[in-house]
Design a binder for this molecule. Structure first.
Ligand SMILES: [Zn+2]
Ligand SMILES: [Zn+2]
Length: 453
């Protein structure tokens, strides 16, 4: 497990603005990124560097036990005064990242404090980001698990109005990830981090495909960096069952740098594509059914295996204009609305309304995209060929012990089909499912993904 020089975080984040060959200037707002064994000791120095004196620790009950107490100890030893807010234990249930949780932090925030010190990972991190933004205080995060790549991001995934939404927030100014503490996280959270990184095997291709079809900005250098992150994280898979510190470090380094890459290009494109939409859809479907949903990274890992299988099948295809035209003429608006309503219940209305702005179902616009797809088909196939074989990714993930199929986590073939078919309707990103719909092969691929459950 060699460690490339690119993971010199200090160098990366102090590089300032980089003039890139892609035409953009890349930079990151993050000031502190500390990863390694025992780096919790750097916490007092980090607070000083951020020019803050008194932290308000915010944590969940499990993270506080596992990591928060060590944080308190470190602050005590340095003579730093602090306040603490820990979310109440709610049986074995996770913290719901919703407006109520954000309001709870805001209400309990000790106004004598000048920095929000988040101790946690996904959900707690998201509500902390939203609360710190509302309170207008900086945030420093001490990570509790290598479970997702959002530690450094300026967005939070929150449950709003009975659905899951991504909102813009201030990014934390620093992140400290002590791998000795993180290695003790629940095994499912370690798996989730691998799953979130598995996404990059397909998201990078989809990003490049979208640049060909939709003219989106694409940065080859950033893509190369994300590819390295992905390799680094997945190299940790075999050591995860025994919680090897080297493996945990490999996973979290890849996750953190992948987060930095997203801020380089100001877009989630390098790190998130169709595989993430399986996750978004399954979360929203669970909320609509009043059920608990699984971890983001677990869903994403399973979505990545499916997406790579879709690439593999799609590469064999020879799309043609007549077939696409026939599909465009047969588009049934009522059936489309009905499907969204049956899958997402009340939330469907916002997706239906989104169509007024996007007009992606408009026949003329669809055929314009089809023409670009057909003109560039060989190029698109070449891009998809850069992705690994689904079996290869699945075998790597399996070595960590994590689930790789939807059926292993209680999802059925219809759940996979619904998420696939509706993925293109939930946001404004052009996905591989959008392409498949455009060229008129949705039914064939729906049947195909069902088989993969
Ligand atoms: Zn660039
Ligand atoms: Zn993710």
């Amino acid at each position: 497990m060699e460690k490339p020089e690119v993971f010199d975080f200090e160098k990366l984040i102090t590089a300032g603005e980089v003039d890139c060959a892609c035409g953009q200037k890349h930079s990151t707002e993050i000031k502190i990124l500390a990863v390694g064994r025992g780096v919790i000791e750097e916490l007092p120095g980090a607070l000083k560097k951020l020019n803050v004196r008194r932290p308000m620790i915010v944590s969940g009950p499990f993270s506080f036990e596992a990591v928060g107490k060590k944080v308190c100890e470190t602050l005590d030893k340095a003579g730093i005064v602090y306040s603490v807010f820990v979310f109440q234990r709610n049986g074995s249930k996770k913290i719901q990242p919703n407006e109520k949780a954000v309001a709870e932090i805001v209400k309990n925030f000790d106004r004598a404090c000048d920095v929000l010190l988040c101790v946690g990972s996904g959900s707690v991190g998201d509500v902390c980001k939203a609360a710190a933004t509302e309170l207008n205080v900086p945030q420093l995060t001490v990570g509790s698990a290598p479970s997702m790549d959002g530690y450094t991001s300026a967005s939070a995934s929150l449950e709003l109005n009975n659905t899951k939404a991504t909102v813009s927030v201030n990014a934390p100014e620093g992140v400290i990830c002590d791998v000795e503490l993180m290695a003790q996280a629940p095994m499912r959270l370690l798996w989730a981090g691998l799953g979130d990184m598995a996404a990059k095997t397909c998201s990078l291709c989809e990003w490049e495909m979208a640049s060909v079809i939709m003219g989106e900005h694409y940065c080859p250098d950033t893509a190369d960096l994300v590819k390295l992150c992905c390799k680094r994280s997945l190299s940790g898979a075999p050591g995860i069952p025994e919680r090897s510190l080297d493996s945990v470090q490999a996973v979290i380094e890849g996750l953190l740098l992948s987060g930095v890459c997203m801020s380089y290009v100001n877009s989630s494109r390098p790190a998130s594509g169709l595989e993430h939409y399986f996750s978004h859809c399954w979360e929203m479907m669970a909320i609509a059914r009043g059920q608990e949903y699984d971890l983001h990274g677990i869903y994403v890992g399973i979505g990545a295996v499916i997406t790579l299988s879709i690439f593999k099948k799609l590469r064999q295809l020879r799309p043609d204009r007549a077939h696409a035209e026939k599909a465009a003429a047969a588009f049934d608006r009522d059936a489309w609305e009905a499907r969204l309503r049956s899958v997402f219940k009340g939330t469907a209305e916002s997706f239906i309304a989104l169509e007024d702005t996007l007009q992606k179902n408009d026949g003329k616009k669809r055929m314009q995209r089809v023409d670009r797809i057909l003109e560039n088909w060989d190029k698109l196939v070449k891009i998809m060929e850069k992705a690994p074989d689904p079996d290869e990714l699945e075998a790597t993930l399996k070595r960590s012990g994590m689930p790789t199929r939807a059926s292993e986590i209680g999802l059925c073939a219809d759940d996979v089909a619904d998420a696939f078919v509706c993925s293109r309707d939930t946001r404004d990103k052009y996905l591989t499912s959008s392409l498949i719909w455009d060229i008129g092969y949705m039914d064939e691929f729906e049947a195909f993904v069902k088989e993969l459950a």
